[in-house]
Design a protein. Sequence first.
Length: 577
Amino acid sequence: MMRLIGCFILLFPFLSFSQNLDKIGKKGMMKVSGGLNFSSNINQSYGKPLTRDPFSWVVGGNVTFSLLDFSMPFTFSYTNQGGNFTQPFNITALHPTYKKIKGHVGIVSMSFSPYTLAGLNFAGAGVEYTPGKWKIQGFGGRLKKQVAFIPDINNIETMAYRRWGGGISVGYEDKGYGATVVLLKAADQRTSLSTIPNSAAITPMDNVVASLALKGKIGKSITMTAEYASSILTRNTQINEKLDRKNYAKTMSPLVNGNQSTIAFGAFNGSVNYQYKVFSIGAKYERIDPGYTTLGGMYFNNDLENITITPTIALFKGKLNVNVNTGIQRNNLNKLSANELKRWVGTISVSSMPFKNFTVSGNYSNFSSFSKRNPASDPFYNPIGDTLNFYQISSNAGGNVSYTFGKKRKNNLILNGSYSVSENITGRLEDAAAFGFNVSGTNQTGPVNVLTGMFGHTLSFETSKSSLGWTINGSESKALGNKILYFGPGVNYSRPLLKWINLTSGLTYNQNYTNSHLSNHVLNTRLGLSCKPTWWDKKYGSLNFSLNASLVNRFPVIKTSKSQGDIALIFNLNYGF
């Protein structure tokens, strides 16, 4: 297998020289693009020590050379604290294309399916070929770089074998029916590490993964999908005692380097969707074995089972839409884990447009989870801590109303609000149902209640292209016997100047009360200018710059204290070509 991968890597660059041959001799065969930016900050404070640098600046830029879709990007940055320069040769990728063939050479990533090859970076080559209704993908290369043991830093935890791998995915789809087959092989090179301390837990591994994905339909209303993946993992290829390969499929036997450390995992997901006129409902099931993993990804969720149901309905010619999503997730599928977790999720959202430019929407969600600790089976010792289970529930409700009217003077009114409550319950809970039912704990830490609201009005003038808006915000939270209240108004104004300068300004005032006592009140003033010169010739690239100033003033809560404030001035200049 490793020889095939090596040949694949050596032969594929021959194709990469073609890059996109359709562009040879044509305009755009070679391109140079990039940009330059400069930013500076001036900060001052009064009534308190300055906590930021009084002056800072940074200059950055990038240049990219492209030839027949071959790209070499260069970037640099320099500040008053130092600079750096990067070039692409230590981590580069080529993506040549020719008609229906696309290649990947260098440090690249590809994805076959969620349970096989899932976005893992590798050093090598890959190809995608899409002739008609087919989709064929293949790759080969180094999946992991070896990390040798260095006694001076004692890097036992970060040691790694050099890992090679390759795979292929073949898919076909036509008129709603399709199938995809994936085969992946990866193995650690046992000789890539010369020194391994006795205390190191690292072992060379071997992995073969195969998956089959199907999709189809029944009539015009029912669509179905399903995928099953099997991963055979040998955790330590140094064990000499071989495994009886009769336990595995004969088609995979030549690829399996098995011994007594070999274990097989499975993962499955399937969905069914039914749609009839204004109504649709979907159901999805997913199950991933405990410990499921492949060498084609950095991390895989495992030991979980998901069941989800999603009905939707659209009424009155789409003016009223209702969406529901509910499901359950659980772990400890093999009943061997010390902790057991169940999660329930329920959401409903409603949106309506009863008449033109008027929309109303609302949503409600309820999330609950029950964590249960399975105590050790000791008839003479049953610690209380082992029976203290944990239940968490969180409910959220929100709504939004908006209305737009007017032509030359366009008005936009918006009102939204939300309410959430969360609660944690611990105690000798034997079991708990979804969404807060059948729960009685001996210790409550909560609930935590949060209420927020906002009303805003924006007035836009068509002739002057200016806008004026005002808002008022408020929130109240209650937790652990404390009540925190926050509210305040805000004003915003924007207007174009000289056709190439845009002025923005804003003013916000907020007050905070803790248990009915004023704890903070702040005035925030903002002013900004953004410029995109119309007199600049676009054939020389694009140019724009901005200047923003802000003043944050914290008024004294106690009469004997003084006001405190921060002043910031930010300048940005950007040039692109």
